[in-house]
Design a protein around this ligand. Structure first.
Ligand SMILES: [Zn+2]
Length: 331
């Protein structure tokens, strides 16, 4: 499994994932008091083996994990946090604090803490989106399988306050709240070195998924576009993302512009996909080629379509009729 020194004190560790995304980039930051782990992977045997290999290659003992920091609690970032903490303790270390934003800590307990079947809002949600019953069932089953791969859960969550500098390895970094991809996603900025740990906020080769979820905060696409604008104001020479290649020099800013344009185009396509009153599922069928999508991807197609519809409604470009099954019409 590739381990790359992106700077003398930061190593990128690529952890394999059992879905199309293939890899999550995690990071190890060297500090005087031990190592900071940024993001963790999903709990699979291949992912655990990749961490063991990385620690062996770098000559690090698991007991030297000083803290585990999560940009957000999507399962590919959150899933191995509890296991890494237990691994550290089994090696004779102190249980390392697991740190994340308050909003992500709430989501971790609220969503990953209970079986998806115990979360009635989600069952109702797929019906409101007019997702066919067999597909909704498959989505719930896949989500529950993924949820199982987030165990063991951390014993406690320690809250990072955006704006209060935090020491990560040898660096003092500024945590910045960047909602949209996840409500409480944090990125970490080292102004002195113009280095950014950007989580899944900006990715080079794919567009970060922006979805509206039953438990999510309102207006995810609007929040995302606003936080992209905020990020564009930072001076960044090296951005370290959660997936895909690192972005050097102007690449982050170029990518921010591309992603912003992508959403403007997508909004126009969504508007054009309302020739008659339509459900979320019908619109998603017009925007995505469902024949090519896995169950996991169909779920994102529906929630991403809804995020774009929601944005259009907020800007007077469509209307949302919240009946038992939601339907939308263009203006
Ligand atoms: Zn994510």
């Amino acid at each position: 499994m590739p381990i790359t020194a992106v700077t003398p004190d930061i190593f990128q560790v690529q952890i394999p994932l059992p879905f199309a995304l293939r890899i999550v980039n995690c990071y190890l930051l060297r500090g005087d008091d031990g190592w900071t782990v940024i993001d963790t992977g999903l709990n699979t045997s291949k992912a655990r083996a990749a961490w063991q290999e990385a620690f062996t290659k770098l000559g690090i003992r698991p007991r030297k994990i000083a803290q585990i920091v999560l940009t957000h609690i999507h399962p590919d970032h959150y899933g191995l946090a509890g296991w890494l903490a237990e691994w550290c303790v089994a090696d004779g270390g102190e249980s390392p604090p697991i740190r994340l934003s308050a909003r992500e800590a709430w989501l971790a307990v609220h969503f990953w803490g209970r079986e998806v079947w115990q979360q009635p809002a989600y069952l109702a949600f797929w019906q409101q989106c007019a997702v066919p019953a067999d597909l909704a069932q498959a989505i719930m089953e896949t989500t529950e399988q993924t949820r199982q791969r987030t165990y063991p859960h951390p014993a406690a969550h320690h809250i990072i306050e955006p704006g209060t500098p935090i020491r990560l390895g040898a660096r003092l970094m500024q945590p910045l709240l960047m909602p949209g991809h996840s409500d409480g996603q944090l990125v970490f900025y080292d102004a002195a070195d113009r280095l950014l740990l950007c989580g899944d906020h900006v990715l080079q080769t794919i567009t970060p998924n922006i979805s509206l979820w039953p438990d999510g905060e309102a207006n995810p696409l609007g929040r995302y576009l606003d936080s992209l604008d905020e990020l564009a104001r930072l001076d960044v020479r090296l951005a370290l993302p959660g997936h895909g290649p690192v972005m050097a020099d102007g690449e982050l800013h170029g990518r921010i512009t591309e992603i912003t344009h992508h959403h403007q185009e997508r909004l126009a396509q969504t508007e054009a996909a309302l020739p008659q009153p339509s459900t979320v599922y019908e619109v998603s069928q017009r925007l995505f080629n469902h024949a090519n999508l896995s169950v996991h991807e169909m779920r994102f197609a529906a929630t991403e379509t809804l995020a774009h519809l929601d944005y259009l409604v907020r800007h007077g470009r469509a209307r949302w009729h919240e009946e038992a099954v939601w339907w939308f019409e263009g203006n």
